[in-house]
Design a protein around this ligand. Structure first.
Ligand code: ATP
Length: 365
């Protein structure tokens, strides 16, 4: 098992920089997701950690040992690809045991390791079957088995469930996390799907344009996004953003939003006046006749226990998640009350979150 650390990791392809100086440490046994839109540098980062790509700059440390220039085979890390090629002419046991055979391990020992791996993956009943007749999920399990059988220090997975249909992906997510809990190996999991990352990971790195924007637990990145990008990327529907010109002093309990008074969490550091953005999650909005921010109901999307109601205000369209029992009439004028202790504030120019009581866990729950 291993701790993985990257320091100022950078990768350029000619003039284009795909990874712009990443720094993070993944503690031993952590399930770490790298999440971000297509092209943000997730795979390139993973390939550098695996030893399949040489960094332009920076260091990679495995349990404190500098492996930046070590060959992939010397790193004791298993890479699980999306389209993991299994050998169709071999049965499942031979497929799983193949990496050990290549290492020259004795047949008896291979049999033991394959049996142990199959038990962990709960595929003992498949060992004598040909891989060509297996379902997608079983093929994925065999692929995982082939990575696990070497007992690597860490697993690197690049969208391993990307080829599966939605329902099956959900099932495999649960299985992967369960497997991780049983074997406890450090895992880096690359995905562009926030639900996968949020449901499986202990910690998530959110990447954008080659940069790591934030690293935190799923709850941290959801509740306390470090910047507008993260706030917008995590959550469905995403956080609502309301821009205004305002000034704010430490310990102020409200801001003047286009003349309306909105209670906000106290900020922690003095800041100059300038354009601000108020961030409010749909579930932290309710209808209130007394609320000063008002708008006209544009639409309602029924989701079972809740509904997403969109309201056109003079400052943009706002999505609120309300109980589906709330009666909503299209076109009616409503007041929108925000749950003050859960609001985020951002500097409109830099996009960075302004530190508030929320960041120190005050008013959480
Ligand atoms: P995806 O989910 O689409 O795979 P990603 O976040 O994993 O996206 P990367 O595959 O790491 O992104 O690619 C990051 C950027 O680097 C992309 O713009 C890609 O085109 C570019 N890139 C990756 N590999 C190379 C290469 N060998 N030569 C030139 N550009 C590359």
């Amino acid at each position: 098992m291993a701790q993985i650390r990257v320091e100022n990791l950078r990768k350029s392809f000619d003039q284009f920089t795909a990874v712009q100086g990443s720094n993070f440490t993944i503690d031993d046994g952590t399930f770490f997701a790298m999440l971000g839109p297509s092209g943000c540098g997730k795979t390139t980062t993973l390939r550098m950690i695996a030893g399949l790509e040489l960094p332009t700059d920076g260091r990679i440390l495995l349990d404190g040992e500098d492996v930046t220039f070590s060959r992939a085979a010397a790193r004791d890390i298993a890479f699980v690809f999306q389209f993991f090629a299994l050998y169709p002419h071999m049965n499942v046991a031979d497929n799983i045991g193949f990496p050990l055979k290549c290492q020259g391990m004795a047949r008896r020992e291979i049999r033991g390791r394959v049996a142990e791996t199959a038990r962990l993956l709960r595929i003992e009943h498949l060992l004598s079957k040909k891989t060509s007749g297996l379902s997608g999920g079983d093929r994925q399990r065999v692929a995982l088995g082939r990575a696990m059988v070497r007992r690597p220090k860490a697993f690197l997975m690049d969208e391993p469930l990307g080829a599966l249909d939605a329902e099956f992906r959900h099932l495999m997510c649960r299985e992967l996390r369960d497997l991780h809990d049983r074997i406890g190996a450090t895992t880096i999991y690359v995905t562009h799907d926030q639900l996968e990352a949020m449901s499986m990971a202990d910690r998530i790195a959110i990447m954008n344009g080659g940069r790591v924007e934030q690293i935190g637990s799923p709850q941290e990145v959801y509740d306390r996004p470090a910047c507008l990008f993260v706030a917008d990327f995590i959550g469905s529907p995403p956080m609502n953003f309301l821009r205004f010109e305002g000034s704010l002093q430490p310990n102020d309990e409200a801001v003047s939003f286009h003349g309306a008074r909105i209670a906000v969490p106290a900020i922690r550091e003095p800041r100059a006046a300038g354009p601000l953005v108020l961030g409010v999650r749909p579930e932290h909005i309710r209808f209130s006749d007394a609320a000063e921010v008002r708008g006209s109901v544009f639409g309602a999307e029924y989701l079972g226990t809740t509904q997403i109601v969109t309201v056109d205000t003079g400052y943009g369209r706002v999505a609120a998640r309300l109980p589906s029992s709330t009666t909503v009439r299209i076109g009616e004028t409503v007041g929108l009350a925000f749950r003050s202790e859960r609001l985020s504030l951002f500097d409109a120019q830099s996009g960075s979150a302004i530190r508030t009581a929320i960041h120190e866990g005050v008013g959480h729950g």
